[in-house]
Design a protein around this ligand. Sequence first.
Ligand SMILES: NC(=O)c1ccc[n+]([C@@H]2O[C@H](COP(=O)([O-])OP(=O)(O)OC[C@H]3O[C@@H](n4cnc5c(N)ncnc54)[C@H](OP(=O)(O)O)[C@@H]3O)[C@@H](O)[C@H]2O)c1
Length: 180
Amino acid sequence: MKIVAAMCDKSRGIGMSNGIPWPYLPGDDIYYRTLVAPKHQDQRTANIKGRLTWISTKEDESKAPGVINIVITSKPKESLIPTNVHYTCSSLEDAHQYALDCNIAEDDMWIMGGHDVYKAAIEHPFCSYLHLTRLFAEFETDTSFPPFEHQFKLTKDPEVHKENGIKYQFEVYERMKTYQ
Ligand SMILES: NC(=O)c1ccc[n+]([C@@H]2O[C@H](COP(=O)([O-])OP(=O)(O)OC[C@H]3O[C@@H](n4cnc5c(N)ncnc54)[C@H](OP(=O)(O)O)[C@@H]3O)[C@@H](O)[C@H]2O)c1
């Protein structure tokens, strides 16, 4: 599994009022969409989200071809909008098992938030990579990205981009090996 997220550098904020706190960043949107999209016609990927992140998903994104949508929630599948949910479950473990049952490769399972789903993924040994967009700007937020530095290390020095007056960079982390 892989995590994808964007956060403010200092506050670690990721969300506000069930939306994204910062103005639209076209470069980050292209990066995100390219990263998580199936790369060829036969490839299937899984998007794993908590219920609030799911309900903030755009209709077109929810219907992306080749994508299996898995929502972690206690609510019935039929009550969720957008409606294109393939499976609901009560934990990241269940979501992971369903994706395996669908023959989706570990590298094609994307953990997309929010806070508790990220937290569970950071501690999950099969979650190997974290793709984090770091914004060098602060906004009002009510949801944050959990601590991950104890489990992941940066793979290479990122390049800084600037859009709409906001500096940001694409960071890629990999899980640190643990020796017993
Ligand atoms: N910047 C980013 O990269 C990014 C990415 C994703 C989301 N966001 C933002 O984050 C906010 C949403 O995140 P959130 O943390 O508030 O909510 P969330 O995790 O998306 O959804 C919370 C709900 O998901 C279910 N859930 C989540 N984790 C669970 C677990 N471990 N076990 C059982 N159920 C679980 C529960 O649903 P039930 O209540 O149905 O039981 C819970 O109420 C929004 O503002 C969104 O825009 C930002």
